[in-house]
Design a protein around this ligand. Structure first.
Ligand code: PLP
Length: 379
């Protein structure tokens, strides 16, 4: 307490605050430089046709930027559409899964995709492999044609290495990875993956509404095979239509032009600074900062016990309930302009969840730790 009678809240001294108070896991901090660039380009860009060269060039640069950032082999395609990762799940149910999929379910998002597939009438019930929150299962060779992995489970702060199931090639089963909160902050090898998809409001520090799917030749072949099979599909969920439009640097229907622009700003910022290795290195530095702070703290500890599974893009930190209520800490931070550190609701733990996305300077993560210490000492 400040004890000044004016407020019941802790007031953080200015000297210890982060440069920016946004620590949410999506929508996440947007770099002010990107917003300024959008404002600067607005006149000739916002409010113009997405079928004309001006916008299509931006979409083309974005597709090229992802190729460069992820070092995609030349025969991969970067496909875009509207509806975010959640919308793409429905597209995958219509246009990538032939008969049956396997899902690793280890948190809110990975379970949600599995549930979305469970009710698709033309598919068999998916195989769902679960693991307790705070860990992840491994894919297991099975009679399935898609293996659904999640690069980073945003709800629990668990990351997983992307590897094909042992002995399974793309011809036997495609590996489709929800990388919504991992893409741009975690390393991966395209040789181990067929579809790497995400929305841009997490590591790409843009706004939501768009999905991006990097597709291997095997994935593209599957998309056209199912497209030609006669299976009915609503046009807005059609992957063949998305592939066709993306090849022309368009989307099937109108995208949010500001989202496209902001995403490109981040991708080009990453590429100019050293690419994925640089961006992932920033996340590594932030992860090192927050986890070593929690381990040294006498009231905080990392929720994920296995160091290898601890996410370098979203940190979940348990708080000793005898010392402080995590919700109260988050509220005190919020009154000081430091927002979205609340834990994922459904997890139901005394926990803080803090994003470590590339747009957040590691120094700001260190400052946040100092702010939490300051608050806890005064509660
Ligand atoms: C945020 C998130 C989603 C949902 O993204 P939307 O753009 O809201 O559809 C899906 N999966 C993961 C892992 C996420 O972090």
């Amino acid at each position: 307490m400040t004890g000044d009678g004016a407020s019941d809240h802790v007031v953080l001294p200015h000297g210890i605050r982060p440069s920016d108070g946004r620590f949410g896991s999506g929508p996440s901090r947007v770099r002010p430089e990107a917003v300024a660039a959008l404002a600067g380009a607005a006149d000739g860009y916002l409010g113009t046709s997405h079928r004309r060269p001006g916008v299509r060039q931006v979409v083309g640069r974005l597709r090229d930027g992802f190729r460069e950032l992820f070092a995609l082999p030349p025969d991969w395609e970067v496909v875009l559409g509207n509806g975010g990762a959640t919308g793409l799940w429905d597209c995958l149910g219509f246009g990538l899964i032939r008969r049956r999929s396997q899902h690793l379910a280890f948190g809110e998002f990975s379970a949600k995709f599995a549930r979305a597939v469970q009710t698709v009438p033309h598919l068999e019930a998916p195989q769902i492999i679960e693991a307790p929150f705070g860990t992840h299962p491994e894919p297991v060779p099975a009679e399935v044609d898609v293996y659904a992995l999640t690069h980073n489970e945003t709800s629990t702060g668990v990351q997983m290495p992307l590897r094909r199931p042992p002995g399974v090639g793309a011809a036997d089963g495609l590996v489709a990875v929800d990388a919504t909160s991992g893409a741009g902050g975690l390393r991966w090898d395209p040789a181990e993956v067929d579809v790497y998809y995400f929305s841009p409001q997490k590591c790409f520090a843009a706004d939501g509404g768009l999905w991006v799917a990097c597709c291997s030749p095997a994935a593209l072949e599957r998309i056209s095979e199912i497209g030609d099979s006669g299976r009915w599909c609503p046009p807005s969920l059609s992957l063949p239509l998305a592939v066709k439009n993306s090849a022309a640097n368009q989307t099937y229907n109108t995208p949010a032009l500001a989202t496209v622009f902001l995403t490109l700003e981040t991708v080009e910022w990453m590429c100019a600074n050293g690419g994925l290795e640089w961006a992932a290195g920033r996340c590594d530095a932030s992860a090192e900062t927050i986890y070593s702070w929690a381990e040294a703290s006498d009231y905080a500890e990392p929720f994920v016990t296995d160091v290898a599974k601890r996410s370098h893009v979203v940190a979940t930190i348990d708080v000793d309930a005898d010392v402080a209520d995590a919700g109260r800490i988050a509220t005190e931070l919020r009154t000081n302009g430091i927002v979205d550190t609340e834990s994922y609701r459904a997890l139901g733990r005394n926990q803080l969840r803090i994003s470590l996305f590339p747009a957040i300077p590691p120094g700001d993560v260190a400052a946040l730790c100092a702010c939490i210490d300051h608050i806890v000492a005064r509660l």
